[in-house]
Design a protein around this ligand. Structure first.
Ligand code: FES
Length: 342
């Protein structure tokens, strides 16, 4: 068997994390600090991979503080700095990263008690002889002339960072399926959350009887501002008149199409919509193609019901399967109760 070559570790002395999540301080500020550290590393030759004092600087997602930023953390020391501006960064770089002495005025948290910080790696390894060159004063950001080959790499990195920072949003297609209870209940929980956010919400129920007075319908009336359409015939698993049920489902789908196009909803629930698809009362491919072409990009569409098809699952952004584990009727013969089941 061929012998595996063992990879070499590239030394570094300290690592700097700068939060660019954006809540503790503008992400652009963090990126400016990051560029300054990279530039300073070049000036001080602390970017050389073989230099045991090499300083790694990493833009990090939220560091769990979310206020008073920019937040900068130095490892392995576990020193947390806040409110770091360019001048503060210069001090941290010069006094702490190069000089080994933390900048007390800017520290707000020490991960380790003072004096108990983990040892600086080059000291432990005994390879300190490659000391950093003498300190040069910090240039102003606008004076920094990045070398052209570095600039290309840096710009690519910034593009990646910008893409990561984009808080992408879209209207989701959410499917609650499976044999267990709670598919509609979960959808209504989500609807309540959206209603609480003053979003425009609606429910279209496919099979529930148009005159049904379930608890959730009463709740929607009391809450107000919730469009609720029930246009089924109260179909059950043993329903006799499937033609009537199928015809109502097809009609309800035309209602859905109209509401999706013109209702202006932020969240729309299509309750028990999987059944007309499963039983072939509607053509699943046509329905999905229509949704693909017509669903407003920011509308969240929630579809409930058993037997979600593979195509629907592939089409959806979020799919949850409810799985029965224990049921009061199965185990104890307790029938459906108001406020719990309806
Ligand atoms: S957003 Fe910066 S620490 Fe959380």
């Amino acid at each position: 068997m061929a012998e595996k070559s063992v990879p070499n570790m590239r030394h570094y002395g300290r690592q700097l994390f700068i939060c660019n999540h954006g809540d503790c301080a503008p992400a652009e500020h963090a990126e400016r600090l990051h560029r300054l550290v990279l530039e300073r590393n070049r000036q001080q030759e602390l970017n050389k991979l073989r230099n045991p004092h090499r300083i790694k600087c990493t833009l990090a997602d939220c560091l769990g503080v979310c206020q008073g930023g920019p937040i900068v953390v130095v490892y392995p020391d576990g020193t947390w700095y806040h409110g770091v501006d360019e001048a503060g960064l210069e001090r941290i770089y010069r006094e702490h990263l190069v000089g080994g002495k933390p900048v007390e005025e800017l520290i707000f948290h020490r991960h380790f008690p003072e004096g108990k910080e983990p040892a600086y790696a080059p000291q432990v390894r005994g390879d300190e002889e490659l000391a950093p060159p003498p300190w040069e004063p910090l240039k102003k950001a606008e004076e920094l002339q990045l070398e052209s080959e570095d600039r290309a790499g840096e710009e690519a990195q910034l593009r990646r960072l910008a893409a990561r920072r984009t808080r992408k949003k879209k209207g989701l297609v959410i499917v609650n399926t499976g044999e267990g209870k709670g598919k509609t209940t979960a959808a209504l929980g989500l609807l309540t959350r959206a209603w609480g956010r003053r979003m425009k919400v609606g429910v279209i129920q496919f099979l529930k009887h148009e005159n049904a007075r379930f608890g959730e319908i009463r709740a929607a009336e009391r809450m107000g501002e919730i469009d609720w359409i029930s246009s089924g015939d109260g179909w059950t698993w043993t329903s006799g008149d499937l033609d009537e049920t199928a015809a109502r489902a097809r009609h309800t789908w035309t209602v859905c199409q109209e509401r999706i196009l013109n209702g202006g909803y932020d969240v729309l629930i299509l309750d028990e919509f999987t059944y007309p698809l499963h039983y072939g009362w509607l053509d699943g491919n046509e329905v999905l193609a229509w949704l693909e072409a017509n669903k407003p990009p920011m509308m969240h569409l929630v579809i409930t019901g058993r037997y979600a098809s593979r195509n629907l699952i592939d089409f959806a952004d979020l799919v949850t399967e409810m799985r029965p584990i224990k049921h009061p009727f199965e185990e104890q013969g307790i029938r459906a109760q108001p406020g719990i089941e309806f």
